[in-house]
Design a protein around this ligand. Structure first.
Ligand SMILES: [Fe+2]
Length: 472
């Protein structure tokens, strides 16, 4: 029987509470005017547990639910569907939750442990003619780009044996998708696979990089010439997991280690750099400089959010907040250190850019921000646009306790200048407990949305999404 959700978990209530339904809304009411150049699909993904979990819940462990906004000729249609993973299907058939967070054996039905299923809840990416729902511990899961019907695991014609990151990097010049697979040789192993799929979605290259210790490795960055793999001391341990201690925990003494791997070369030529402990969930971008240096713009926390110390105690009294910093590496030099400068002091997350400039020198970045600098997760409810050329940061925040989701940039057209286009964000309206798709002119973020498409229900707080243009 489907049991009530735990009353005491903040990630199962309010903005975070799961939807219990799937629906199709063919014509959303619109305020303002949908830009005529904006035609395509905005896909979003996030955790939306089908059933109450067994044992403690973790925000990263809920079943993935996709939300698709189809914008065409000024009309907006909406559809949401769970990703029907093996775990989702088994629990659906049984009519109850069978799994502890991350399928931990301590709380999960043995069938769940045996399935070792993805929850496919973190990102959704269009590449090689496939729409892939992603999380970082398993292979991608393919869904239909129009109906959102689940198709099954994508293993790149049998070539992908391990997991795939939720944050692949798409090279606009080559059409390649570059991605990592953390814990590539099994849970809590220190092996990081580096993969390349060509523009047609064929896996054409795979290498294995050995990290100094097993860790939660969420994102990486790429330039034209380098793949940058940062390893932070949010460690993973099977030993702890089997004892009922935290599977992932903060061990700052292990330090930060960052590998620069030549993109057209071998992991044998990797250069490792070291730094004080810190944690980065998400990077904005990276690029090569004319004098051979490598620049990485990272949303950096001093300590890891959302995870404890090895003995289960919290890392900090307050929720750790990230801010945007710039790291500069010299891969030709002799030093194993690198420089850091702060780019902006707004607490932020979910950094994005005009993705045609992934891996290239770029000017415009966007992120979810605490616009008044309040250092709390709920206060990080606005949007920011940083102009790296001028250093200026312009922000906008919704009223009340409303919350903006991750911003996604859409160019006005294929040949539009960098930053000329729209910024899309799904905004939760606290008072009505419903959500709007908000469309901004990306060069005028402080002016607020130029159009809103209104849902009558809430899109729960989720993670990431991407745009697929109608003509792609
Ligand atoms: Fe992420």
């Amino acid at each position: 029987m489907s049991k009530p959700f735990p009353a005491d978990d903040p990630f199962l209530h309010g903005y975070y509470a799961p939807l219990h339904m799937e629906c199709d809304a063919p014509n959303l009411p619109v305020t303002g005017e949908i830009p005529k150049e904006l035609n395509g699909w905005l896909y979003r993904n996030g955790p939306n547990p089908q059933f109450a979990p067994r044992g403690p819940y973790h925000f990263f462990a809920g079943d993935g639910m996709l939300h698709a906004f189809h914008v065409e000729n000024g009309r907006v249609a909406y559809r949401n569907r769970w990703v029907q993973t093996p775990k989702w299907k088994l629990e659906h058939a049984e009519g109850e939750g069978l799994s502890g967070a991350f399928g931990t054996p301590r709380f999960s039905d043995p069938r769940i442990v045996e399935l070792n299923s993805t929850v496919a809840n973190t990102n959704v990416v269009w590449h090689g003619g496939k729409l892939l729902a992603l999380e970082e511990a398993h292979a991608p899961f393919e869904v239909d780009p129009v109906t959102l019907a689940s198709r099954g695991y994508c293993d790149f014609a049998g070539k992908l044996a391990g997991p795939m990151t939720a944050h692949p990097k798409l090279d606009a010049a080559t059409g390649e998708m570059v991605f990592i697979g953390n814990a590539a040789k099994g849970r809590f192993t220190p092996d990081v696979a580096l993969h390349v799929a060509d523009a047609d979605g064929r896996l054409v290259s795979s290498q294995m990089l050995q990290a100094p210790y097993p860790s939660m490795l969420h994102d990486f960055v790429m330039t034209r010439d380098w793949i940058i793999v940062p390893v932070f001391p949010l460690t993973g341990s099977m030993d702890r997991a089997m004892k009922g201690a935290p599977a992932y925990a903060w061990e700052p003494d292990k330090g930060t280690h960052i590998a620069l791997v030549p993109r057209r070369g071998s992991v044998a030529d990797a250069r490792w750099f070291s730094a004080d402990p810190c944690y980065v969930f998400h990077a904005m971008n990276a690029f090569d400089t004319p004098d051979g240096k490598v620049v990485c713009d990272m949303m950096k926390c001093q300590v890891a959010p959302l995870f404890p110390l090895p003995d289960g105690r919290p890392i900090a009294d307050t929720y750790p907040m990230a801010q945007l910093v710039r790291w500069t590496f010299d891969p030709t030099g002799r030093s194993d250190t690198f420089s850091e400068t702060v780019l902006d002091d707004h607490p932020g997350e979910f950094p994005r850019l005009d993705e045609r400039f992934v891996g290239l020198p770029y000017r415009h970045g966007y992120f979810q921000a605490s616009t008044d600098h309040t250092r709390s997760r709920d206060a990080r409810n606005g949007l920011a646009h940083i102009d790296h050329q001028t250093g200026s940061v312009n922000t906008w925040r919704p009223g009340n306790a409303d919350q903006c989701g991750e911003p996604v940039f859409v160019p006005r057209g294929a040949t539009a200048d960098e930053g000329d286009g729209f910024l899309l964000s799904v905004i939760w309206r606290a008072e009505t407990n419903s959500s709007d798709l908000a469309i901004f002119d990306a060069s005028q973020v402080p002016d607020g949305p130029v159009a809103l498409a209104h849902l009558s229900h809430r899109v729960p707080s989720g993670f990431h999404g991407n745009w697929r243009g109608s003509v792609e």
